[in-house]
Design a protein around this ligand. Structure first.
Ligand code: PHE
Length: 435
């Protein structure tokens, strides 16, 4: 009998045409790296929590949320690309793995918390390289005030401004709060501006705490102030919205997204009289910089040479153990006929039957299959050739797959086996024709 339900955390989710979450992804849910005090993700989480004094730490249980929580209630348009099956993991049409911690904003505000930090594992379908992994961790932070408390907020901002002036920080603020990135019509513009100011003070101070002491390669920080840049951004659930970047190793690194919470979120959460800000940051990206961890797969390693290097409360530099040689395999194929590409049925994916025609080729689907077969042995998937046959109009692609284990040497035979299983599945499930 065909299994009709996907069981996650003891709850059965009936499969449907949206089901696209493989077991390899579900197996990450119980790991909870953010709860491990001596894992880099847990260590970073604690550092941020101790920086935000008085904020309530929250850690939701289920990685499964409703589509309503992840998207609808946050104002995502019906055709927002994040909703697509190529970008997100669905259990079925109503339930999914959260793609961001913002999925818990409404519930956390509804629980009555005014200042909180929520850490959780989040899931996104993506490409494969040293900084992308389909499971990762985010921290959401938020702070709200009663709309009658403008005087309180102004006083707080004056104090924070003074404290920050003592830090060698160079802040470039090039974000507009007009045009596409306005204060909300529902807000007193003076209050909204103070909220945005508090957000900026709070995050500049966090960034200084995390990045202010050292520079890339462990160089001392007393030479140059730390450079931080605020640019405008767009999120459906904040306005104005910002992205914050840090100047690190000769480039601007994007650290987080944030903004003034859309009043609709607070209305939905039954706290319409409050006003405030929220941010969301990716813990892996920051931990990779602070601990000098070169590959995002290492966070999931259970090899003692990795896990034994870290202690609660300490940001230390990762000492790489020997890097094992890579094993590189190319795979070339023709895409299914153009016609079926364009008129591809919407369904299919993850165990579902393929309905007449194919959905358009998407690199994330390709990577999902490779990852499902080879797991953490895939280091990189890179498009190295892409062309259209002049006469027939058919499209061909060639991907280079780099296999490498973090813990041991791979044999060519073992990798050939993986490559052949992956090729077989790519043919069956995506209609590719090997060349
Ligand atoms: N959830 C957003 C993301 O994952 C980040 C964010 C959080 C932006 C809170 C604004 C406010 O990209």
């Amino acid at each position: 009998k065909v299994q009709q339900d996907l069981v996650v955390g003891g709850i059965a989710y009936p499969k449907d045409a949206w089901t696209n979450t493989p077991g390899t992804i579900l197996s990450k849910i119980p790991k909870r790296l953010h709860d491990q005090a001596d894992h880099p993700i847990g260590i970073l989480r604690s550092q941020i929590e101790s920086h935000f004094k008085g904020f309530t730490p929250v850690s939701p249980a289920a990685a499964v949320v409703t589509v309503k929580e992840n998207f609808d209630e946050l104002g995502f348009a019906p055709d927002h690309p994040g909703r697509s099956m190529t970008d997100s993991y669905y259990l079925n049409k109503d339930n999914m793995l959260r793609t961001h911690t913002s999925a818990h904003e409404v519930a956390t505000f509804r629980a009555g918390h005014d200042s909180w930090l929520l850490s959780a594992d989040v899931y996104r379908r993506d490409e494969i390289d040293s900084s992308h992994y389909p499971a990762f961790h985010q921290m959401e932070g938020a702070r709200v005030w009663e709309q009658s408390d403008l005087a309180v907020l102004k006083k707080l901002n004056a104090e924070m401004k003074k404290q920050l002036e003592a830090c060698p920080l160079l802040i470039e603020d090039i974000a507009m709060t007009s045009g596409d990135n306005p204060y909300q019509a529902e807000h007193d513009p003076e209050f909204a501006a103070e909220v945005a100011q508090n957000l900026k003070h709070s995050l500049n101070s966090l960034i200084f705490r995390l990045f202010g002491q050292t520079r890339p390669g462990g160089a001392a920080s007393n030479e140059e102030p730390l450079k931080v840049r605020w640019i405008e951004a767009f999120f459906p659930f904040t306005s104005p919205s910002y992205e914050v970047e840090v100047w690190w190793g000769g480039e601007w690194l994007e650290i987080l997204g944030c903004g003034v919470v859309k009043q609709q979120t607070l209305i939905t959460a039954d706290v319409p009289h409050k006003i405030g800000w929220a941010f969301g940051l990716g813990l892996e990206r920051i931990a990779m910089i602070l601990f000098s961890i070169p590959d995002i797969r290492l966070f999931w390693s259970e090899d003692a040479r990795f896990t034994k290097q870290f202690q609660a409360g300490q940001i230390t530099t990762f000492q790489p153990y020997s890097k094992y040689p890579p094993c590189i395999k190319d795979i070339s194929f023709w895409l299914p006929e153009t016609a079926s590409e364009e008129h591809g049925a919407k369904a299919a994916g993850g165990g579902g039957a393929v309905v007449q025609g194919r959905k358009p080729f998407h690199e994330n689907d390709f990577c999902e299959i490779v990852r499902d077969v080879a797991g953490d042995l895939v280091e990189n998937v890179n498009l190295i050739d892409d062309f259209t046959h002049k006469k027939t109009g058919r499209k061909s692609k060639c991907y280079r797959i780099t296999y490498r284990s973090m813990d041991r040497s791979l044999s060519n035979e073992e990798v050939n086996k993986l490559q052949s299983i992956a090729s077989g599945r790519l043919v069956d499930e995506m209609g590719l024709e090997l060349r």
